[in-house]
Design a protein around this ligand. Structure first.
Ligand code: ADP
Ligand code: MG
Length: 475
């Protein structure tokens, strides 16, 4: 079978869709058009330079994985960038693109070799006998102190972080535990400390790692009989940053090994920095002896930023992205998004994107639309039960009918729609969706999702079901 650009891209999209949030998918992937394929080079068309840069910055890894799955290791991607001379015929605002410092760029199209796994951890294990090896820090230089806006909500954590960065291992903030809710800057701050240390003390070995990756490496080392190498590797680090330690909960053997590494580092005056979504007292299924270590140093909380800080964060982000947006719009965003900096940035970014490729103006109405979506997406987590109820009611049947084994077409369709929405609107796995909707297996759910996707594309009246149900489920 010969592959066409359409089929290759379609398969890539299936994979991508499964790996990112629906909002991001809609914004950044739906507008892309496959152009052509020759050998292992896929050309895609993107609406603007901004768009291209955005994909490069945020989704290049995902794109790579998707393409390699389709075209093999040699896969390459070429962007066809639609260039427009005047950004907008009316000029209610200006958008300046930051000068692209990353890659060569020209208006025809850009080839980017997809060798972008630089930030993957190199084989983390040291050859015995060799003491110093260069360890990639896994830090993102954009997460630095300059870009971390100070406010009442983060002053303590920020200045503790600064103190640690100036004197790693030499303060009483060891470990430094940064905790707080989702999207409040834990990762950013923890990385900023690492970035600053690397800057001030280039000879120090700094390593940033998520606790999930740490766990995975540990499991692999047990399987591969290299547990000791694993421990040695971590004991060599001068500054160890472990992100999201709450994920260690319930994993007792990983906690055990972390305990030993922690003790070794601490005793040797090395700095440990941890983040968590909970205060130590609220952490569950973490061994007592490890918890007590977490409490040795300083636990600093990141709180939701106040209004002034939210404005500053937005302005800073706009400045960095080279975008100007009217004050009343910035204020509107800051007033309505209160508990999560990531969302604050998300709204701004969607707004820029919308305006950039739909050629819309920055208006309060557009902003409100975007804000509403964000607030709804995060606040409203629907359950599979609720979805089944809404779908059954819509087709005027009982939930038990929807779940029954019958092959009657309209019932099968209702069931498939319920599965489709469960996949789209909840975090449940295919298997768990199947078991809750009439004890089906994961393959059935997967099939249902594909069928609905297909029908929605080809069948107008079916499309109407999907749209109407979407409204009922989201409002
Ligand atoms: P967490 O790890 O707590 O979930 P992140 O560190 O990933 O949150 O932060 C989410 C986003 O918000 C990031 O893009 C980060 O740069 C930004 N952010 C958070 N706090 C601040 C701040 N005080 N100043 C600037 N940006 C911030
Ligand atoms: Mg984080």
């Amino acid at each position: 079978m010969t592959q066409t650009a359409d089929t290759v891209w379609k398969n890539c999209l299936l994979f991508i869709k499964d790996n990112i949030k629906p909002q991001a998918y809609k914004t950044w992937f739906e507008p892309i058009k496959p152009v052509k394929i020759s050998k292992d080079i896929l050309t895609i068309q993107v609406p603007s330079k901004f768009f291209f840069e955005w994909l490069e910055e945020h989704y290049i890894k995902l794109l790579r994985v998707a393409l390699v799955r389709e075209l093999g290791e040699k896969a390459k991607l070429v962007y066809d960038v639609k260039m427009e001379n005047s950004y907008s015929s009316k000029k209610p605002h200006t958008v300046k693109f930051p000068s692209s410092n990353r890659k060569p760029f020209n208006s025809q199209g850009v080839t980017i070799p997809l060798d972008i796994d630089r930030r993957e951890l190199k084989n983390p294990f040291v050859i015995p006998g060799i003491q110093k090896v260069k360890i990639e820090s896994q830090l993102n230089p954009n997460y630095n102190f300059d870009s971390f806006i100070e406010g009442d909500s983060n002053r303590l954590a920020r200045s503790a972080g600064m103190a640690v960065a100036n004197k790693p291992g030499g303060t009483s903030f060891n470990p430094l535990l940064i905790y707080g809710g989702v999207g409040l800057g834990k990762t950013h701050l923890a990385q900023a400390i690492g970035v600053r240390i690397k800057d001030k003390y280039p000879e120090k070995t700094v390593l940033y790692i998520s606790s999930e990756k740490f766990t995975q490496q540990y499991i692999d080392s047990v399987r591969g009989n290299t547990r000791n190498d694993f421990i040695h590797f971590y004991q060599m680090i001068d500054v160890l940053i472990v992100d999201d330690v709450q994920f260690l909960s319930g994993k007792s053997s990983t906690q055990d090994v972390f305990f030993h590494i922690f003790n070794h580092l601490h005793q040797n005056g090395k700095q440990v920095i941890l983040t968590s979504d909970k205060a130590p007292v609220d952490m569950q299924d973490i061994e007592q002896r490890l918890l007590s270590r977490f409490k040795w140093g300083l636990s600093a909380e990141l709180m939701p930023p106040d209004y002034e800080t939210r404005i500053l964060i937005l302005q800073n982000k706009m400045f960095r992205d080279g975008v100007e947006i009217p004050d009343d719009i910035v204020e509107y965003i800051a007033k309505n998004i209160k508990t999560n900096v990531r969302e604050l940035e998300g709204v701004l970014i969607s707004l820029i994107a919308q305006a950039s490729f739909n050629r819309k103006e920055f208006t309060i109405a557009l902003t409100k639309q975007i804000v509403d979506k964000f607030v709804k997406n995060t606040k409203k987590e629907v359950s599979i039960d609720y979805i089944q109820k809404v779908v059954s009611k819509y087709f005027e049947m009982d939930v038990s009918t929807l779940q029954s084994k019958t092959r009657k077409r309209h019932i099968v369709q209702a069931r498939q729609l319920a599965m489709f929405f469960a996949k789209r609107m909840t975090k449940a796995s295919l298997a768990s969706i199947g078991s809750q909707i009439g004890s089906r297996d994961h393959a059935t759910v997967l099939h249902a999702c594909k069928t609905v996707d297909n029908l929605a594309e080809t069948d107008k009246s079916f499309r109407k079901y999907v749209d109407e149900l979407t409204k009922k489920l989201t409002f």
